[in-house]
Design a protein around this ligand. Structure first.
Ligand code: SF4
Ligand code: SF4
Length: 625
């Protein structure tokens, strides 16, 4: 029987969220929390990962009483296959996003678009040099064409390794080569993962997991990395800037457009159209004071990093933002967009607009956006939003708080710039113990957790211990709302971190971008390891996805571990039905790749685990603990 929804105070740590959940319930609007209660308790077989639907001799459910599926697969094989497919899903999402950026670059190179251009030529040339493209004396478009070909090649089957392995320390590459884990091509590894998990193929759980890691590495060191790097080339490499966050960024007197999803390709055009004086004039003619473009999830992060747009919220705020009654349009691209947003939009004057052929929503208004028509279609979308302002039901509008300030825009280039042109000062700060280590806190919200309690709790615990935090994805808005993304947050940090960040005028929690931008963290780790002449697994660093929910977060976690980074998850993936798979994930991988996962739902205990790890790594490097 379905359970009752939890009391509102147990659902989230945020007052703006509580107010909107309350308003939604009063208005009869169902959100993720009510639906979770309806779906609970979940199927135990699915939770353990022991259900198989890979062929029509099944579906099969493996248990002590029924230890093998119809084909003879045991729990270990079934769990490993399911996990492998889960990782393939995540790697596919990030990497297809990366491919879309290559297609925009191609449209620029071929002169098929006037809406996009190469904004950061220096970065393009730097990337070209890294992936073996000649740059000297060559025109920018010739360089761009060759870079495009190299990256398209990364998706195929003709390479022995993907292009950005040029960034990886040799010791790490040797480990991958020995284990058969070197990613050769994004689509190749994903397709092979699906092949291996067909009935009658890879029936050795550890062997399946090695390929799952290879698939994840193709995501982290190719698909995602291409997404990040080409976004910088096309839209500009982020630099530090101030912005604001929480539902208070939605403006009562303005046309509010929320951009949601992951890829900046469409949302950058929406912002450009919304800033055109003619469009603003149309909004003013209807009684608004302007047009406000605000972000949700990772599309929001992309535009926050480069354009400084305000952030309305993270994953669990997406439904609640509409419930303010002040959103004229929510414009989406793909990933993490709850289908329920269409229904909730229908309860208000909000127009739900989808823009990708590969992510259409029944009941949404669809625009098929491509590089050749992007800005003209964006203008039509903004016009729909402007016209919707006249339909707003003013008595139903409730914007529950004032926004808080945040600092954003920390690309590796910006960090190196702030450090005077090299990583040396950072290396020295780590060596002296002022910065004892660093942890990337990444990923999502999940309604199974009290929203952002782990994301915020862990960040606070780490900075107290002089451990620098790099935040991406939905952790960003959480950290921002908690006051951790402003320079004044050094008052919550330990003395060493306070000194270093204070001198640089930066927060102790740095916003490093969207989910694909975890590749920035991988690049930084590789650069630090190369600077010290060690492997990534030797560094005093860690990764965490406290409230993760998505296949993509699992892929990120696995490529972090396979790259040698000790990685925390707030709850386990669906693997506990196999001791072989679970033992490998939480300990066995340590012996193979020098890192493993650990699972811990408590933020203080998690920080303690990182602290112990960082102390051990520092000691091994001959540094003070
Ligand atoms: S592949 Fe095997 S375990 Fe899976 S559904 Fe088919 S028979 Fe059952
Ligand atoms: S952090 Fe998670 S929930 Fe948020 S946008 Fe990324 S994958 Fe989606």
């Amino acid at each position: 029987m379905a359970r009752e929804p939890k009391p509102i105070d147990e659902l989230t740590i945020w007052d703006d969220a509580k107010a909107m959940i309350r308003k939604g319930r009063a208005e009869g609007i169902e959100t993720v929390h009510e639906r979770l209660a309806q779906q609970t308790p979940h199927c135990k077989f699915c939770e353990l990962g022991t259900t198989c639907r890979n062929c029509t001799m099944g579906p099969c459910r493996i248990s002590e009483k029924m230890p093998r599926g119809v084909c003879g697969a045991d729990a270990h094989v079934v769990v490993a296959r399911n996990f492998g497919r889960f990782i393939a899903g995540g790697a596919a999402g990030h990497s297809d996003h990366g491919r879309d950026l290559i297609e925009v670059l191609e449209a620029i190179v071929e002169g098929e678009t006037g809406d996009y251009r190469i904004t950061d030529e220096a970065k393009l040339r730097a990337i070209a040099a890294e992936v073996g493209v000649q740059t000297e004396g060559r025109a920018v478009m010739d360089v761009a064409r060759d870079v495009m070909e190299v990256f398209y090649g990364d998706f195929g089957s003709r390479k022995k390794e993907v292009a950005f392995l040029s960034r990886v320390p040799q010791k790490r590459k040797d480990i991958w080569n020995k284990l058969g884990m070197t990613p050769r091509g994004v689509d190749r590894e994903i397709a092979e993962m699906m092949h291996r998990t067909h009935m009658g193929c890879d029936n050795d759980a550890p062997n399946t997991l090695i390929h799952a890691a290879r698939t994840a590495l193709a995501d982290g060191w190719s698909g995602s990395m291409i997404g990040t790097e080409l976004s910088d080339v096309i839209f500009g490499t982020p630099t530090p800037r101030m912005s604001t966050a929480n539902l208070g960024v939605i403006k009562k007197d303005q046309v509010n457009i929320l951009v949601h999803g992951h890829n900046p390709v469409v949302s950058e055009m929406i912002l450009a159209a919304a800033r055109e004086p003619e469009m603003v004039a149309k909004a003013k003619a209807l009684g608004a004071t302007g047009i406000n473009v605000a972000g949700l999830c990772c599309t929001g992060n992309e535009l926050l990093m480069r354009q400084g747009i305000p952030m309305a919220g993270n994953h669990l705020m997406t439904e609640l933002a509409i419930i303010t009654g002040a959103v004229e349009a929510i414009v989406v691209d793909y990933q993490c967009i709850m289908p329920s947003l269409v229904q909730i939009s229908g309860c208000y004057h909000t127009k739900f607009i989808d823009t990708a052929q590969k992510a259409r929503f029944t009941g949404g208004i669809h625009f098929d956006i491509h590089p050749h028509n992007a800005l003209s279609e964006a203008r039509k979308i903004v016009e729909i939003a402007v016209n919707a302002f006249a339909e707003r039901d003013a008595p139903r509008v409730d914007i529950p708080c004032e926004p808080v300030e945040i600092m954003t825009g920390f690309s590796n280039e910006a960090i190196i710039g702030a450090l005077g042109g090299s990583l040396d000062p950072l290396v020295q700060a780590i060596a002296s113990g002022e910065i004892r280590g660093a942890v990337g806190i990444v990923g999502c919200n999940n309604p199974k957790f009290k929203q952002d309690s782990m994301n915020v709790g862990l960040a606070k615990e780490l900075i107290k211990r002089d451990i620098l935090v790099l935040a991406t994805g939905c952790v960003t808005t959480a950290a921002g709302k908690a006051g951790l993304l402003v320079p004044q947050a050094i008052d919550m940090a330990g003395p060493g971190l306070k000194k270093v960040c204070g001198a640089l005028g930066i927060p102790p929690v740095l916003h490093y971008g969207s989910c694909v931008d975890n590749s920035r963290i991988m690049q930084l780790c590789a650069a630090l390891a190369n600077a010290l002449g060690v492997d990534i697994s030797d560094l005093p660093v860690g990764a965490s996805s406290p409230e993760w929910y998505s296949e993509k977060a699992a892929a990120i976690g696995l490529y972090a571990v396979a790259s040698g980074i000790y990685t925390h998850l707030g709850h386990p993936p669906n693997i506990l039905g196999s001791t072989v798979v679970t033992d490998l994930a939480v300990s066995g991988l340590e012996g193979l790749v020098g890192a493993s996962f650990f699972i811990e739902p408590d933020p203080v205990k998690t920080a303690e685990m990182f602290d112990i790890r960082i102390r051990a790594k520092r000691k091994a490097l001959g540094l003070s603990e």
